[in-house]
Design a protein around this ligand. Structure first.
Ligand SMILES: Nc1ncnc2c1ncn2[C@@H]1O[C@H](COP(=O)(O)OP(=O)(O)OP(=O)(O)O)[C@@H](O)[C@H]1O
Length: 210
């Protein structure tokens, strides 16, 4: 389902990242741990189709991610990959449901499960609220709903618990796992948050520079 092989990347040649291979079946989960600056966001961006590796290949359902470019890659990403960014990438002046509709629009998929998703994430009552009026935890759940709105095959989350208290952190990881299991999606979480460690047993540690 998701394979990353022989990936190489550097921003400058003196700082090369040591990137482990990844091979996950549908429904597979992986936690990528590592200290700040070890390259966690960098690898997530590569897996998410946002940063082309210098060498190596990423395969999603047999399709080589970076054999596509431009609009084709954008479309593939919109249909197959849901990314939860470290800082919620949601449009603050829009309402919760408008943010989800926008995600559906860009991927060309129907938003027939938006309502269910909002209910499951506990933000259905806030569907008419503008995102800039929500608490941080609620905004985080909206960004999760938006990432999941197109039933992606791959869910990538970058430090999804960083700004949350213990209870919300645990809830967010459980929600991500539940949603991934429900749709047999691959789930990859990158974090340095030790609280997430107990939730996903399949783990790799980024070793930083070579
Ligand atoms: N666009 C860029 N240009 C140059 N260097 C960069 C760029 N983005 C990141 N870096 C550097 O690459 C290293 C890894 O960054 P990255 O954001 O992947 O780490 P991280 O493990 O996600 O860190 P954190 O946990 O603090 O978010 C850092 O030293 C960072 O300064």
């Amino acid at each position: 389902m998701l394979k990353a092989e022989n990936l190489e990347f550097y921003y400058n040649p003196n700082q090369r990242f040591n990137i482990p291979d990844i091979n996950l079946s549908p429904g597979g989960q992986l936690l990528i741990l590592g200290k700040s600056g070890s390259g966690k966001t960098t690898i997530l961006n590569m897996l998410g189709g946002l940063l082309k590796p210098i060498k190596g290949e990423i395969l999603i359902d047999g399709t080589s991610l970076y054999s596509q470019s431009g609009a084709a890659l954008d479309k593939f990403r919109g249909r197959n990959i849901g990314i939860i960014f470290q800082k919620p990438h949601i449009l603050a002046p829009l309402t919760v449901e408008e943010n989800l509709s926008l995600a559906n629009f860009f991927s060309g998929k129907r938003g027939d499960k938006n309502e269910t998703l909002l209910k499951e994430l506990g933000i259905f009552d806030k569907r008419k609220a503008k995102v800039n009026t929500l608490s941080e935890g609620e905004a985080q759940r909206v960004s999760i709903a938006r990432a999941l709105a197109n039933s992606p095959k791959v869910i990538l989350a970058d430090e999804p618990t960083a700004s949350l208290d213990d209870e919300n952190a645990s809830n967010v990881v459980k929600l991500l796992k539940e949603q991934a299991e429900k749709f047999k999606a691959v789930l990859i979480i990158v974090t340095h948050d030790q609280r997430v460690k107990d939730h996903i047993s399949n783990q790799i540690i980024m070793g930083g520079e070579l």
